[in-house]
Design a protein around this ligand. Structure first.
Ligand SMILES: *[C@@H]1O[C@H](CO)[C@@H](O)[C@H](O)[C@H]1NC(C)=O
Length: 234
């Protein structure tokens, strides 16, 4: 299917969005409109009645159909989309479309133990515990000691998973993003580190590279060892 076709389908389905999905879209559109390249974020498309795909638009700013954040099937976004295995997405609820674990895994941020350098440089990592508490409306005791996930936040998430959070959660996050305009780190970067958690995955979400490739794109081997993997959810 050509990219053009994907776009018409997604626009068509966009019209069918529920209020909640619109809210997620308004979050990403708002972030998109922030202006500065560093803050430029995610655009989301409804891929099916159950699945929403988001991509970091920063990565595709040079060319409409090329990006480097999805590694498995080359740089054509359309090739990646065609191969996606929706059975897996539906079973898991949220997946990053990238399988390469660097950067971001196994640990990208230690919110409760920022390094001296991060504090000195006013890196967002130095404030991450506070950001986390505010965005998710939780106490310091609930902040995870380590956060690790696959870079770059091009992800697919099911509608059901989005709806496990109340609308007020997304409104609070939107408001946070709105009020953080003046902060000198990327709002986009913060959300890249949090989408997994926002959508119900573990604070450390680093699937095995080969298994990810098999589960998401059906590239199951044989591996160099001769082994052929089996998709976790067939
Ligand atoms: C934060 O959570 C508490 C309940 O734990 C709730 O009463 C309050 O409205 C929430 N605040 C925001 C801004 O979502």
């Amino acid at each position: 299917m050509s990219t053009g076709c994907w776009i018409s389908i997604t626009i068509f389905l966009f019209d069918l969005l529920s209020i909640l999905s619109s809210l997620l879209s308004s979050l990403v559109v708002w972030l998109h409109n922030q202006g500065e390249a560093e803050k430029l974020l995610h655009t989301c498309h409804i891929l099916s009645t159950t699945t929403i795909l988001c991509r970091n638009s920063l990565s595709s700013s040079t060319s409409k159909d090329e990006q480097w954040h999805n590694d498995v099937l080359g740089q054509k976004a359309a090739d990646t989309l065609k191969a996606l295995r929706f059975d897996h997405i539906n079973a898991v609820g949220f997946v990053n479309l990238r399988c390469t674990l660097f950067p971001g895994c196994p640990v990208g941020i230690n919110p409760l133990d920022p390094t001296e350098a991060d504090i000195r440089n006013k890196d967002a990592r130095a404030f991450f515990a506070g950001i986390y508490m505010e965005l998710l409306n939780i106490s310091r005791e609930q902040v995870p000691r380590h956060i690790g996930n696959v870079c770059c936040a091009q992800f697919a998430v099911t509608r059901a998973r989005i709806q496990t959070r109340p609308k007020s959660d997304y409104e609070r996050m939107l408001k946070w993003a709105d009020q953080s305009q003046e902060v000198d780190f990327g709002v986009g970067w913060v959300f890249e580190k949090l989408w997994d958690i926002i959508f119900g995955m573990d604070a450390i979400n680093c699937p095995n590279y080969e298994q990810c490739r098999c589960d998401l794109y059906g590239w199951c081997g044989p591996l160099a060892s001769g082994e052929v993997l089996i998709p976790k959810y067939t």
